[in-house]
Write a protein that binds this ligand. Structure first.
Ligand SMILES: Cc1cc2nc3c(=O)[nH]c(=O)nc-3n(C[C@H](O)[C@H](O)[C@H](O)COP(=O)(O)OP(=O)(O)OC[C@H]3O[C@@H](n4cnc5c(N)ncnc54)[C@H](O)[C@@H]3O)c2cc1C
Length: 457
């Protein structure tokens, strides 16, 4: 078959779903074009460790081009998709367009602030490497600014860390910040005592980790409290500003508030003018195609597929990977004229969440673990699923080092001058003379550039 005759498969998104689809098409006679706005695949489950200085960014991100180097039928393009022309069967990238015979959309999700988009600048969420680096800078800068400050109330505010949302991300972030403050940084300062930092985890619902069994939630809460985290359930946040939050009617002053409460799908439904659920996820058919468009598939966090005993598959990496492999099988069958696979069924292998350096909860259905053994299972699973031999070794060594020494190894603040960060951490009130468009702000923005190649860590 000449290249002009080979079906063209375009995959948008090089995350868990898109990458799984591309890899599963390795031996199929098609030309694959994988488009991503970043040049790297990101292992999001460990983003919180970059945000809390436990891991360097390059240990959890790998260039997509390098991952797919050996797969001759794939071309990788770094570009931002802005729309889909379903009539012309083309993906739009700025002024250009990429034609397709089959399209797989795997563009993931972003933060959702439940109608309070204005909170985003005060309570950033963690979704990209740039988010994690910006949060890392804010957390580390808070300790530095507290050491310099002579104002006790300002110091207290600097050392208060509020996390909104107690799903796995909020729980993992809370445990990691507690460990950073109470173990890793504890001997490094002279005026302040980092272990006096307050880490406050707020949850609107009745318990933390609501998707886990109640016993696991209770075990996770106990583990967090042992680390010194203040867990407050049934406390919806009603105000979020530069000075902190109001939760359950109580004002909590904090320089650092982090958002881990909600996600919304990417713009795929808008691009396709397709039916979607309340989170914006495209309602797909049983074969993950879009109603009325049998050659367009939507997978992963950006689709709603009732494939888990009639419930929607969860927004987690294994679901996205299984969907990626499944649509590749459908495309293969269509290209080869073979029998189509049965409707997609999500297979749930388990749920895991870690709390600090040696505790976790694991729910495999029949087997439920908590504590150190669960942490070991969590660690082995995450190292196994990381892409790249080097990353696995580096992460394992970093964890071993942190385990033995209580030290976080990636504690570099990237801003170019102390003034840039000390006076104006992101989300804080600007001191007199510094505006959001000042040169200082620009420096800060540049220091968390979205180009991974610019990160000197
Ligand atoms: C902090 C955090 C922790 C998590 N922890 C876990 C965990 O412990 N276990 C677990 O299973 N899951 C976890 N998840 C969820 C998991 O990461 C997602 O379910 C999974 O990444 C979804 O895969 P996906 O392929 O749908 O999207 P993603 O992996 O998000 O990939 C989407 C890709 O699309 C690209 N893209 C988006 N828009 C465009 C565009 N317009 N043009 C070009 N490219 C675009 C993005 O750059 C990205 O590479 C976590 C998520 C986060 C944010």
């Amino acid at each position: 078959m000449t290249s002009a005759e080979r079906p063209r498969v375009v995959i948008v998104g090089g995350g868990f779903g898109g990458l799984a689809a591309a890899r599963a098409l390795a031996r199929v006679v098609v030309d694959v074009t994988l488009i991503d706005r970043h040049n790297y695949h990101l292992f999001q489950p460990l983003l919180y460790q970059v945000a809390t200085a436990a891991l360097a960014p390059n240990t959890i991100a790998a260039p997509i081009r390098a991952i797919l180097r050996a797969q001759d039928n794939v071309t990788v393009l770094m570009a931002t998709v802005t729309g889909i022309d379903t009539a012309k069967r083309a993906v739009l990238i700025g002024k250009g367009h990429i034609p397709f015979d089959f399209l797989v959309i795997a563009t993931g999700a972003r933060h959702a602030y439940f109608g309070h988009d204005e909170w985003e600048k005060f309570a950033p969420g963690i979704k990209t490497l740039a988010d994690a680096l910006s949060i890392r800078q804010n957390i580390l800068s808070a300790f530095e600014a507290a050491e310099v400050s002579d104002d006790p109330s300002e110091r207290r505010r600097l050392l208060n860390f509020v996390l909104i949302g107690a799903g796995p991300t909020g729980v993992e972030l809370a445990g990691a910040i507690a460990e950073l403050a109470k173990a890793s940084l504890v001997h490094d300062f002279r005026k302040i005592n980092p272990s006096e930092a307050r880490i406050i985890l707020l949850e609107a619902g009745p318990r933390i980790l609501p998707t886990f069994p109640e016993k696991s939630s209770a075990a996770a809460q106990r583990a967090l409290e042992r680390l010194g985290v203040e867990v407050r359930v049934g406390k919806p946040v009603t105000v979020c500003d530069a000075e902190g939050v109001v939760a359950g009617g109580e004002r909590i002053e904090a320089r650092n508030t982090l958002w881990a409460a909600g996600v919304a799908a990417s713009h795929a439904a808008m691009w396709l003018e397709a039916p979607a659920d309340r989170a914006g996820r495209v309602d797909v058919r049983a074969d993950l195609s879009v109603p009325g468009h049998p050659d367009i598939f939507v997978i992963g966090d950006t689709c709603s597929s009732k494939s888990w005993d009639e419930k929607p598959a969860p927004g987690i990496a294994p679901a996205a990977k299984q969907m990626g492999a499944y649509v590749a099988a459908v495309i293969r069958a269509r290209v080869e004229g073979a029998e189509l696979p049965p409707p997609f069924r999500y297979r749930h292998d388990g749920s895991l969440a870690t709390i600090g350096r040696n505790s976790a909860v694991v729910d495999f259905g029949k087997i439920r673990l908590s504590g150190w053994l669960a942490w070991l299972v969590w660690g082995v699973a995450h190292i196994y699923f990381l892409i790249g031999f080097r990353s696995r070794i580096v992460v394992a060594l970093d964890w071993l080092w942190a385990y033995v020494t209580f030290r976080h190894s990636a504690r570099i603040i990237l801003a170019e001058t102390a003034d840039t960060i000390m006076n104006f951490p992101v989300g804080a009130t600007a001191p007199a003379g510094i505006t959001r468009n000042s040169p200082q702000t620009e420096l800060l923005a540049r220091s968390v550039s979205r180009e991974p190649g610019h990160e000197p860590v």
